[in-house]
Design a protein around this ligand. Structure first.
Ligand SMILES: Nc1ncnc2c1ncn2[C@@H]1O[C@H](COP(=O)(O)OP(=O)(O)OP(=O)(O)O)[C@@H](O)[C@H]1O
Length: 342
């Protein structure tokens, strides 16, 4: 018999009825939106600390005269792609393939004049890493007379000042709102509420949930692991069940994360996991990546592109990197799989 009565509350996209312990962040966001001019906000904090949830809740409560546009920058990681998405969201129409950036900009500017708009750039690090601040520069330039607000959601950037050019920064002047990592008690509370809504009664031992909450600060990973355990046993979930399913659950979590990316990202990640000893340097990784490509009949990408892809894995929290300057080889990057994903 399945332990899962309702799958939905265990999905990361599910919006729960109430948000645990994020009242001050919720209020800060709400307050910022109450000003005459829509604000620019940098919402930052580690992965799985409720940033997307807070944003999603906020946009459902906007005043009627504010249109919102949600852009996931993992998929829309260039100015052009993000503008296409924005254009579609503003007009409600598909954006023809042939539209150039300047045409998109003209059409968007026309629409922006009359109503207030709030743009959410979720996972903004992917856009910044890939395309610098060209989109933010453009948006900051057209924001007159201040009827446009931008929420920049980031798991890596606590301050935009070093990431974007001075002019763009001083025009945007984003307010910073941060989400701290959850304590294990908070993770426990969040996961137990989701388990209550999703699982059959008595199908999760108390000490199993305590173990799960102490083993991960990232609620997205915690939910995924719980779902995986529930789907793979017909007995009530114990601490032992969780320990047994940990490796597989983490593996699936990584696969799911990388499903948004290319075959080369997956091949690269496999190459990184292939070593016995860590850290390894980017040169060793590139050689191993090429061998994996050969076995999979893939044409390897250049070292330069692979350096970017290493950054993508880092942004997702799948690997940890340290860069050293100086020495015989100039700059070297040392890499290891994330200690949080075993
Ligand atoms: N305070 C909370 N109360 C209830 N559920 C929460 C809370 N914080 C996070 N969650 C749930 O945990 C999951 C992950 O949260 P969310 O996606 O908002 O985190 P995030 O900080 O945006 O993560 P990432 O940086 O990886 O995108 C979601 O399913 C969300 O509903």
């Amino acid at each position: 018999m399945s332990l899962v009565d309702n799958q939905r509350p265990l999905q990361p996209e599910y919006v729960p009825g109430s948000i645990t312990d994020r009242e001050s962040e919720r209020k800060a966001l709400k307050q910022a939106l109450n000003s005459i001019h829509l604000p620019n906000i940098l919402l930052h904090g580690p992965r799985g600390t409720g940033k997307t949830l807070l944003t999603r809740q906020l946009i459902t409560q906007l005043e009627d005269d504010i249109q919102h546009h949600y852009i996931d920058c993992i998929h829309h990681n260039t100015e052009h792609k993000a503008l296409r998405k924005l254009h579609t969201s503003i007009t409600g129409e598909d954006t023809p393939q042939g539209f150039h950036t300047s045409k998109l900009q003209r059409k968007i500017e026309k629409q922006l004049k009359h109503v207030r708009h709030l743009i959410v750039l979720d996972e903004a690090d992917f856009l910044l890493q890939n395309n610098g601040n060209s989109l933010l520069y453009y948006l900051s330039r057209i924001n007159k007379p201040a009827n446009l607000g931008i929420i920049i959601v980031s798991a890596h950037t606590a301050s935009l000042q070093s990431q974007i050019d001075e002019r763009t920064y001083s025009t945007l002047q984003p307010r910073r709102i941060g989400t701290e990592p959850y304590t294990s008690e908070q993770v426990y509370q969040i996961l137990s509420e989701r388990a209550r809504q999703s699982l059959e009664p008595t199908s999760l031992h108390h000490e199993a949930l305590t173990y799960l909450a102490s083993a991960t600060e990232n609620t997205k990973l915690g939910l995924h692991w719980l779902r995986h355990a529930a789907q793979n046993t017909s007995q009530p979930i114990s601490e032992e069940t969780l320990k047994q399913t940990q490796k597989q659950a983490h593996h699936r979590f990584t696969e799911r994360t990388l499903s948004h990316h290319t075959d080369h990202h997956r091949t690269l990640y496999r190459a990184i996991r292939n070593f016995d000893d860590y850290p390894i340097n980017s040169g060793q990784i590139y050689t191993t990546y090429r061998e994996h490509c050969r076995k999979r009949d893939l044409k390897p990408l250049s070292n330069r592109r692979i350096s970017d892809y290493i950054q993508h894995l880092k942004l997702h929290g799948l690997i940890e990197t340290k860069t050293y300057y100086g020495g015989k080889h100039g700059k070297t990057t040392q890499i290891q799989p994330s200690s949080l994903l075993q």
